[in-house]
Design a protein around this ligand. Structure first.
Ligand SMILES: [Zn+2]
Length: 269
C-alpha cells in the first residue's frame, strides 16, 4: 500500500443518507465537519510484472482548492512510489479503477510544455464506458473528469480501454461493479490460496462496510447496496482481505457479519 497523501472533505458527502449520529462514532470531524480522506494506491508485483493501482489526486490544484482540502502540498505519485522502493520506470501497468480526479490525478506530469505519463513505461488500463461518461460532462459529476489525466495517454497509445471485466495478469482480475458510477472496477488478486480485493469507491472507508451505508457521491445507490452485499458476503465467507478507496488509516482488513451487522476485523494500518 502506498498512500498518496490525505485531505479533509465534508464527512456527510461520504455517508449519504446515514446520519452523523451514526457515522460520527467512527469518523473524527474537524470544526468544518470534514473528515480525513486518504488517497489509497497499491503496488502489486509477481516477479515479472509490477502494477500500480490508482495514482491519487495529483498536484494540479489551485490555492483555493488546496485550502478547502487542507492539503497545502499534494505529493507527486512518482515520489511516493519511489520512496517505497518502486522506481516509476519499473511500473509496467497502471490500473485506473475509474477516472475521477482523485484516482487518476497522478497519471500524468507536466514536463515543460509537455504532459507525459508519470509512469513512463506503463500501459494504463481504464474502462471505455467510463471515458465516454467522463466526456459527456454531465452536470452531476462532470467536474470529476479532467482530460489532462487521460487524453495525453490516449494520444500516445499508452492508455488501453477495456470493455468489461479483464484478467490483467494471472490471478489479477478487474471487475466492473456499478454503483459508485456505471463502470468503476474492483481489483481482485488471488495468490497462494489468499484473496485480496481492492474495493475502490464501492467501499471508501473501513467504517462503511455496512451495505446500506453508501456514499452520497454514488450515482446508483441501489446497485451499490446490492453489489456491496454480494461482494462483502463472499469476502466474509472466504476470509478475503479488503482495502478501501479512501480510508486514511486502515490499509487492509477482513470483514464479518453477525445478526445483520457488519464490521471489519483484523484491521491493518
Ligand atoms: Zn474516490
Amino acid at each position: 500500500m502506498v498512500r498518496a497523501g490525505a485531505f479533509w472533505w465534508d464527512g456527510g458527502n461520504f455517508f449519504g443518507v446515514v446520519p452523523k449520529t451514526l457515522w460520527g462514532k467512527f469518523q473524527k470531524t474537524d470544526e468544518l465537519n470534514r473528515i480525513e480522506v486518504g488517497f489509497n494506491c497499491f503496488v502489486v508485483e509477481n516477479g515479472d510484472h509490477r502494477v500500480l493501482i490508482e495514482t491519487g489526486l495529483g498536484v494540479r490544484h489551485d490555492e483555493r482548492a488546496k485550502e478547502r482540502m487542507s492539503l497545502p502540498n499534494p505529493p507527486l505519485i512518482r515520489e511516493v512510489v519511489s520512496a517505497h522502493g518502486f522506481e516509476p520506470e519499473t511500473i509496467d501497468t497502471v490500473i485506473n479503477t475509474h477516472l475521477h480526479w482523485d484516482h487518476v490525478g497522478g497519471n500524468t506530469v507536466d514536463e515543460g510544455w509537455r504532459v507525459v505519463a508519470s509512469m513512463p513505461n506503463a500501459r494504463y488500463l481504464a474502462q471505455r464506458g467510463e471515458l465516454e461518461h467522463g466526456r459527456e460532462q454531465h452536470p452531476r459529476d462532470g467536474i470529476s473528469y479532467r482530460p489532462v489525466n487521460y487524453d495525453p495517454l490516449l494520444e500516445t497509445g499508452q492508455m488501453h480501454l477495456l470493455d468489461g471485466d479483464a484478467e490483467v495478469l494471472p490471478g489479477l482480475r478487474l471487475e466492473v461493479v456499478p454503483g459508485h458510477n456505471r463502470h468503476m472496477m474492483t481489483v481482485t488478486v488471488r495468490s497462494g490460496g489468499k484473496t485480496w480485493c481492492h474495493l475502490a469507491d464501492l467501499v471508501q472507508f473501513a467504517s462503511s462496510v455496512t451495505p446500506t451505508w453508501v456514499s452520497g457521491f454514488d450515482l446508483f445507490p441501489l446497485e451499490a447496496i446490492d453489489n456491496k452485499a454480494r461482494i462483502l458476503t463472499q469476502a466474509a465467507r472466504e476470509g478475503w482481505w479488503l482495502s478501501f478507496g479512501h480510508d486514511p488509516v486502515v490499509s487492509f482488513a477482513q470483514v464479518e457479519t453477525k445478526d445483520g451487522k457488519w464490521r471489519t476485523i483484523n484491521n491493518l494500518t
